[in-house]
Design a protein around this ligand. Structure first.
Ligand SMILES: [Zn+2]
Length: 467
């Protein structure tokens, strides 16, 4: 899905993608009696179809087939997480119809998660952006669901203790949701007595600073704000795509920038010079210029990206969008009181407290000053785009939650097609896109007679998806 959503089709073209067709939207001039006939037709006109498609006469035979496919799942030349059983007769499909979410004539059977046994070689501790110290099990590389895994997060001290995991243990691992490696259990019968029990460190493994575990919380933290591990993670977050989107700065570069003392926080990024960048390893003038250009471009990111980029505890993308929408400028947000923040629907007291604490830290204020002095955009402005595109001259407002996009993604798509996105309903607005649980904007738009569309209509407008 990530590849298909790429706005730049050249990037998508570089990825090695195959399309396996399994259905059609609307057809003109051809009719099919059965699902199987349809698939044969697709195959005939040049689409790939799944080599495992079979027609079965009764449910018993379907059950046998699902069992067979489950047992041979590893032999497929592609990763598969399950089987879909469909009613073959298209007339019957039509009779069965669909609920608001899915057709009644097709159902998915998910394979049980594949498990593998391996040996724990080490348990290391990584330090995140917020100082959280996470135990990570390192094991003998083992293949699960078609990829090799060699590490799994143990999340926190309590979970690691509950597993009673020890270095040298045999463990069963699987991929949660077919993606994230996880230790399921320890094979205690195989212990030899030489295993080394798990123990949280008492000092930060990166900076040697003190670690604190607050009562009632599972997380152990390094409380040194200058801890290089945290500084690096905060910068990596700051430059990430949904934040300031500084494409040419990756993890390795951040390592070097921090280790060589070129930056001590993300504010310093805006004061890098070509000369200083050229002192880094594997850095040439072309790359240095590109990095500086990307940094310069990031100054124009919307306010919500900036708020998200700051790395405030508990403030994710969605919360950042709500804050930007409400306060309109970083200055207003910095001067907001808890009561002001709590008035926003969807933001609770814990998050509000994190926001207040973040801005009351003089360290954080200093970093923000660097951003402001560098000319980073700190206010919500309706940018009049002069870009060409099918939505040129049209202004969109969103309300409620969309199913397939975040607010930010939807805005970027509109802008990439030449349209504008506003956060307030006014007579200048052409479309109000309504998601789940719309806010007061809907009523206002109705009063002003603005065209109101749902997510599906919005998708049609932007040419998204096949249906
Ligand atoms: Zn530390």
């Amino acid at each position: 899905a990530g590849s298909i959503r790429q706005l730049d089709s050249r990037i998508t073209a570089q990825r090695k993608l195959h399309m396996i067709a399994y259905g059609v939207g609307e057809t003109v001039g051809v009719e099919f009696k059965t699902q199987f006939e349809l698939l044969q037709y697709l195959n005939k006109i040049g689409f790939r179809i799944s080599p495992e498609v079979r027609v079965h006469k009764d449910i018993e035979s379907v059950i046998q087939e699902v069992k067979r496919l489950t047992s041979v799942r590893d032999s497929f030349p592609f990763g598969a997480d399950g089987v879909v059983v469909k009613v073959n007769d298209i007339e019957l499909q039509k009779k069965l119809g669909a609920t608001s979410h899915e057709p009644r004539w097709a159902i998915a059977y998910k394979f049980p998660a594949e498990e593998a046994e391996t040996i724990v070689k080490d348990i290391i501790f990584s330090v995140g952006r917020t100082g959280a110290v996470t135990p990570v099990a390192i094991f003998e590389p083992v293949e699960i669901d078609g990829s090799v895994v060699s590490r799994a997060s143990l999340h926190n001290e309590d979970i690691a203790r509950a597993l009673d995991i020890r270095i040298g243990d045999h463990v069963i691992v699987h991929k949660a949701g077919s993606v994230i490696p996880e230790v399921v259990r320890v094979v205690k019968e195989k212990r030899t007595g030489k295993e080394i029990p798990f123990k949280m460190p008492d000092k930060c493994p990166v900076c040697g600073g003190p670690l604190v575990r607050e009562e009632g919380f599972a997380v152990t933290r390094c409380i040194n704000v200058r801890c290089p591990a945290q500084v690096k993670e905060r910068i990596i977050h700051f430059v990430s795509r949904d934040a300031m989107d500084i494409e040419s700065i990756g993890e390795k570069l951040v390592d070097q920038l921090v280790d060589k003392g070129l930056v001590t926080d993300y504010g310093d990024l805006y004061y890098l010079t070509k000369e200083r960048l050229l002192t880094l390893e594997r850095m040439g003038p072309v790359l240095a210029e590109k990095i500086l250009r990307n940094i310069e471009e990031s100054k124009l990111r919307p306010l919500s990206n900036l708020i998200y980029a700051l790395g405030i505890f508990n403030v994710g993308k969605r919360t950042a969008e709500l804050l930007a929408e409400r306060f309109k400028s970083l200055d207003n947000l910095m001067n907001a009181k808890v009561e002001d923040i709590l008035q926003i629907e969807g933001i609770g007291p814990v998050t509000a407290k994190s926001i207040i604490e973040f801005f009351s830290s003089s360290e954080n204020r200093k970093v923000i000053d660097k951003l402001i002095k560098a000319g980073v955009n700190t206010s919500e402005t309706l940018v009049e785009t002069s870009k060409e595109g099918p939505l040129k001259g049209l202004t969109f407002v969103f309300t409620g939650t969309l199913k397939d996009f975040t607010r930010n993604e939807a805005s970027k798509i509109v802008e990439s097609l030449g349209g504008n996105v506003s956060d307030t309903v006014s007579k200048k607005v052409d479309y109000l896109v309504v998601g789940v649980d719309p806010g007061s904007k809907l009523e206002k738009a109705q009063k002003l007679g603005i065209k109101i569309i749902n997510e599906d209509e919005f998708k049609k407008l932007i040419g998204y998806g096949g249906k």
